[in-house]
Each structure stands twice: as structure tokens, then as C-alpha cells.
Design a protein around this ligand. Structure first.
Ligand SMILES: Cc1ncc(COP(=O)(O)O)c(C=O)c1O
Length: 394
């Protein structure tokens, strides 16, 4: 992108133009080039020596860095208002590499009760094996002060949460982290950088599963972590050690998907609001979880810290699990599948997907009911989506 002399560009424009190499003059390709090479040449042994001494930023090997990955990283950094970003092989790689860049044996991590199931399982099953203690606060952050010890090192939150669409108060979370000098990490996957900008409020690292809305077509797995060099350079070091780098072909799809992020998010928010309002009035629905509804407990907070309410919602059916299963078996246009943020609308049952094999107590803490149905709203016409929901519920 050329240096721009006018007012700062809007997010939808930056999703298209930011991070791209110069594309003016003769013969410049408009679309990003896929640099499908694992390794890069040096012109002399002297240059190689400079690289080894950390005095050269030359590309050496794709696990370290790659020009196609760099376009995706600059684009996302621009949307987040970040100095740096690193793309990874999955959202879980972005999360685990970020946590491991901060935590070591003996440290304590404070997180919230409501998290994507994979993140929760990482904290339950893996981090303790490395001598890292994890304590979960209420999503409202009530009582969180009582979890702090001299070993507390990091605060990790997710907002809106998967699958119950609760919100964590970003300002309260960051004040808490700063007071106790904790490194703050947030998973902003459900919001995208379009609807929520945690770095501007003071968070240190924001991670996303780019598998979801950022790429937007359910055709790749990837992740990203963004922040200042102080925090992202150590995450890159973790990727170099542990190997969770993105593939250049995937980075191309991500770059391509991001060009339509602005219109997709706008349309998906509109569709989700219409679907949520329909479901809220349906006699078989006990409760709809969508931050855009006035009835949602975090609606006021959503208005304060998000610029839109997102494409995800969940609802509980009065008939519990049997009714939820019947509903999922009857949808025709909606697809019964996990994941989210793509063009196709999806339904899934968290107890059989993101929150599978969790104890009753764990499900209760995560706010997941047996009959909770999670919905990812896509780009279809909202009237068609509502018609499908209507027939499946009847
Ligand atoms: C909120 C959230 N964070 C992280 C992840 C993990 O991302 P990935 O599947 O790309 O590893 C998911 C996946 O569903 C998610 O919903």
C-alpha cells in the first residue's frame, strides 16, 4: 500500500489494502503471490553470518517467516492497531504458543470460567503437567482479586464467550491485569477486529482463530496473535521452537478471505439480529443468547465495548436435549457442523462438540445446558434462514 496522505483509512478498506506489497506501476499483480518455498537463498556467507548474529531480517526458512505470511500478518496487525502479528497453524496454536511465551513452571494463570472448550481443556489437561496452575474466575470477574497470588503471571480471557455469548468487561479486566502486573491475553475470535479492539484498551496480546470469520469460508485452519513487538516476538520464538507456523497456501486464502471481511461482518450481524429476534418470540425457545438483544445480561456492556453484536448466537429449547437433537436433525438450510464465521449458517450442539466429555459441574460453570444449540449465522438471506428455523422448530 502507498503511504496515504488523507484521513486514516477505515477498517473495511484496510482489510483490503493494508499489508500488501506496492501494487502501482506496470505489471504488479493485484492479488497476493503465494511464495511456496520452505527456504530462501543468501547471496553470500557473510549475509548468512549477519542473519545468525541477528543483524539481518532476511527470510531464511518459512517456519521463521515467509513473504506471503507477512502480508497476512501486516493486514491483521493493521486491523488490530498492533505493531506486530504472527499467523499460526490454528487458533489453538496461537493460544498455546502465546500462553507458553509468557508462562513457565511455577507460574499461575488466571482465566475465566467460560471459554472455548479446547482452550479450557488445554488449561485443564496440559498446562498443569508443565507446573502451571490455572484458576478460573467468574466471567463477570466478581471475586477475581481473591485468585491473585505472588505467582500470578497472566490473565487470559475470551469475549464474547463460546458458546454462551457472555461478555467479559474489557476495561475491568485490563485494570485488574495492570494492577497486578499480569500479561493480558484475549481471544477475540467471536468479535473479529471489526467489532472489538482490545489492544487499544491496553491488552498485551489478542488472539483469533482465523479459521472462523477472518478467513470466512470454512476452508482453512489458522490462527493469529497480535500486539507489540515486546509480546509478539516471543510468540514467534515459540512458533520457531514448537513449529506451529502457517502454510503459505493457507495464508493466501486468509488474505483473500479478509478482503470481504467488512461486508461479511456487516451482513452477518444484520442476519443474526433478525434470527435472534425471531427465536426470542418462538414459544418452544426458552432463552436466546445474543448480546444484541435487550434481554441479554451483557447487552449494556456489549453496547459499550463492541461496535456490533456479531454473527454468533445460542438458544436453549424448552424440551431440553431431545428437542435440541430433533431440531438439529430437521434443519435443511442450516448445516449441522461445528466451527463458525463462514458463509454457510451452521448449527451445533456444544455438549457433543466444543464442550464434549465435560462433567456436569464443568458444563454448569461454562453455562452450557444439555439443550443449548449454538448457531453461526452466515450470508444467506435472513428470510430463508428464519423459514428453515421455523420448519425445524415446528
Ligand atoms: C473462540 C475460539 N477460540 C479458539 C478456537 C480454536 O481455533 P482452531 O480450531 O482454529 O484451532 C475456537 C474454535 O472453535 C474458538 O471458537
Amino acid at each position: 500500500m502507498k503511504k496515504h496522505k488523507h484521513a486514516p483509512l477505515k477498517a473495511a478498506t484496510r482489510a483490503i489494502h493494508a499489508g500488501e506489497p506496492p501494487r502501482h506501476g506496470v505489471d504488479a499483480p493485484v492479488s497476493a503471490e503465494i511464495v511456496r518455498s520452505s527456504t530462501f537463498t543468501f547471496s553470500s556467507s557473510e549475509e548468512m553470518k549477519l542473519w545468525a548474529e541477528g543483524k539481518s531480517k532476511a527470510y531464511i526458512y518459512t517456519r521463521y517467516a515467509n513473504p506471503t505470511l507477512a502480508i497476512a500478518e501486516r493486514k491483521i496487525a493493521s486491523l488490530e492497531g498492533a505493531e506486530a502479528a504472527i499467523v499460526t497453524s490454528s487458533g489453538m496454536a496461537a493460544i498455546s504458543h502465546s500462553l507458553l511465551s509468557v508462562l513457565q513452571n511455577g507460574d499461575e494463570l488466571i482465566s475465566t470460567a467460560q471459554l472455548y472448550g479446547g482452550t479450557y481443556r488445554l488449561m485443564r489437561d496440559v498446562l498443569p503437567r508443565m507446573g502451571i496452575t490455572v484458576r478460573h474466575a467468574e466471567t463477570s470477574l466478581e471475586g477475581i482479586e481473591s485468585l491473585v497470588t505472588p505467582r500470578s503471571k497472566c490473565l487470559y480471557i475470551e469475549t464474547p464467550t463460546n458458546p454462551t455469548l457472555r461478555l467479559v468487561d474489557l476495561r475491568k479486566a485490563i485494570a485488574f491485569a495492570k494492577k497486578h502486573q499480569l500479561v493480558s491475553i484475549i481471544d477475540g475470535t467471536f468479535a473479529t477486529p471489526f467489532l472489538q479492539r482490545p489492544l487499544a484498551l491496553g491488552f498485551d496480546i489478542v488472539v483469533h482463530s482465523v479459521t472462523k470469520a477472518l478467513s470466512g469460508h470454512s476452508d482453512l485452519i489458522g490462527g493469529v496473535a497480535s500486539g507489540s513487538h515486546k509480546f509478539i516476538d516471543p510468540v514467534r520464538q515459540m512458533v520457531i521452537y514448537l513449529g506451529g507456523c502457517m502454510d503459505p497456501e493457507v495464508a493466501f486464502l486468509l488474505i483473500r478471505g479478509m478482503k470481504t471481511l467488512g461486508v461479511r461482518v456487516e451482513r452477518q450481524c444484520e442476519n443474526a439480529m433478525r434470527v435472534a429476534k425471531f427465536l426470542e418470540k418462538h414459544p418452544k425457545v426458552e432463552r436466546v443468547h445474543y448480546p444484541g438483544l435487550k434481554s441479554h445480561r451483557d447487552h449494556a456492556l456489549a453496547r459499550k465495548q463492541m461496535s456490533g453484536f456479531g454473527s454468533m448466537l445460542a438458544f436453549d429449547l424448552k424440551g431440553g436435549l431431545p428437542a435440541a437433537r430433533r431440531f438439529c436433525d430437521r434443519v435443511e438450510l442450516f448445516l449441522l457442523a461445528v466451527s463458525l464465521g463462514g458463509t454457510e449458517s451452521l448449527v451445533s450442539l456444544p455438549i457433543y462438540s466444543s464442550h464434549y466429555r465435560m462433567s456436569e459441574a464443568e458444563l454448569q460453570r461454562a453455562g452450557v445446558k444439555l439443550g443449548t444449540v449454538r448457531v453461526s449465522i452466515g450470508l444467506e438471506d435472513a428470510a430463508d434462514l428464519i423459514q428453515d428455523l421455523q420448519q425445524a422448530l415446528n
